[in-house]
Ligand binder design. Structure first.
Ligand SMILES: Cc1cc2nc3c(=O)[nH]c(=O)nc-3n(C[C@H](O)[C@H](O)[C@H](O)COP(=O)(O)OP(=O)(O)OC[C@H]3O[C@@H](n4cnc5c(N)ncnc54)[C@H](O)[C@@H]3O)c2cc1C
Length: 281
């Protein structure tokens, strides 16, 4: 089955639209909020409308199979999902795209990518779901690096192991919220970590940003749900590290996540409210 492509300029999949009624509702709310009486509609940008800077670097032959300089991939990885990012994208401002996008499939691939970046003074940007609102996935503006390689973790999308007894799971970092829940469902467990950007954000992103899911009480914190994580690093610094999820820096390859938390002893067994259990319990 062909993978659905996300819009390169904003939230959602290509082809997803907002109905005229919903647009009218937003416009009316924003008019009140911003004190303006009308909006000028801007057409969504098309790939062919945008001139991209030529890539400044080329992947070595040994990494060519997992790297691309395809225009859509570079556009898509230029920005996160903050308001300013989306505004720039809608204005077709793509002055500073990443040069190469890498889609590693193994831990070894990641270490090799790091080594390449280290040897050639390239910025390496881990990319989970791209919902950062603080410029976390945006290529740096300054000239310190010869080029930028965005490392997209989308192939690290599996729940590897589930231990029903301890209610823990070993999960790869690139999995997005919906796929994570879908894979856990048959086991009767749930991560129950529904931050607002759940649909398009990844486990690795949650850990790296210390995300919080505030939509339900008690508030859930990614740091307290993670028992341990394994991280990739450049070969020069010993290429793997195991840690508690407290100090994000390198890419977590997989995580021992702990759906169960201190409030698992909450006094409502069987109601679905116990952290780590789905209502199917
Ligand atoms: C509409 C909307 C709602 C949001 N709601 C919430 C919310 O309720 N709570 C909240 O906390 N945040 C929220 N956010 C912010 C964002 O969703 C979180 O920061 C989320 O954790 C980012 O995950 P991601 O996979 O999209 O990470 P990305 O955007 O891909 O990356 C974020 C940062 O983490 C790094 N990173 C990503 N994956 C890895 C990895 N595997 N290894 C190492 N580094 C990595 C990136 O390099 C980058 O610096 C929201 C954002 C939007 C747009």
């Amino acid at each position: 089955m062909q993978e659905r492509r996300r819009k390169f300029y904003g939230w959602g999949y290509e082809g997803d639209t907002v109905s005229p009624a919903e647009t009218a509702e937003f416009e009316s709310a924003w008019s009140r909020l911003l004190g303006v009486d009308h909006f000028e509609a801007v057409p969504f940008p098309k790939e062919e409308d945008i001139d991209l800077r030529a890539p400044r670097i080329q992947a070595p032959a040994s990494l060519a199979a997992i790297c691309t300089t395809d225009k859509y991939d570079r556009l898509y990885h230029t920005y996160g999902a903050g308001t300013v990012d989306v505004a720039r994208a809608l204005r077709k401002e793509f002055r500073n795209p990443p040069d190469v996008i890498a889609y590693p499939r193994t831990e070894e691939d990641i270490v090799d990518l790091y080594d390449w970046c280290g040897r050639h003074n390239l910025a390496a940007i881990p990319y989970g779901g791209g919902t950062s609102v603080v410029g976390g996935v945006n290529p740096p503006e300054y000239d310190r690096y010869r080029g930028v390689v965005t490392i997209d973790l989308k192939h690290f999308d599996k729940v590897l192991e589930v231990d029903a007894k301890s209610q823990s799971a070993r999960i790869q970092a690139g999995v997005l919220g919906p796929s994570l829940e879908k894979q856990l469902k048959p086991t009767g467990l749930t991560m129950r970590f529904f931050l607002q950007a759940w649909e398009f954000s990844s486990l690795g992103g949650w850990i790296a940003t210390r995300a919080q899911a505030t939509s339900r009480r008690p508030i859930r914190r990614s740091t307290t749900m993670c028992k341990a994580s394994r991280w990739s690093r450049p070969r020069a610094t010993s290429n793997r590290a195991v840690s508690r999820c407290q100090a994000p820096a390198p890419i977590p390859i997989d995580c021992f996540s702990a759906p169960r938390e201190p409030w698992a002893s909450s006094p409502k067994p069987g109601s679905g409210s116990i952290a780590g259990r789905s209502s199917a319990r």
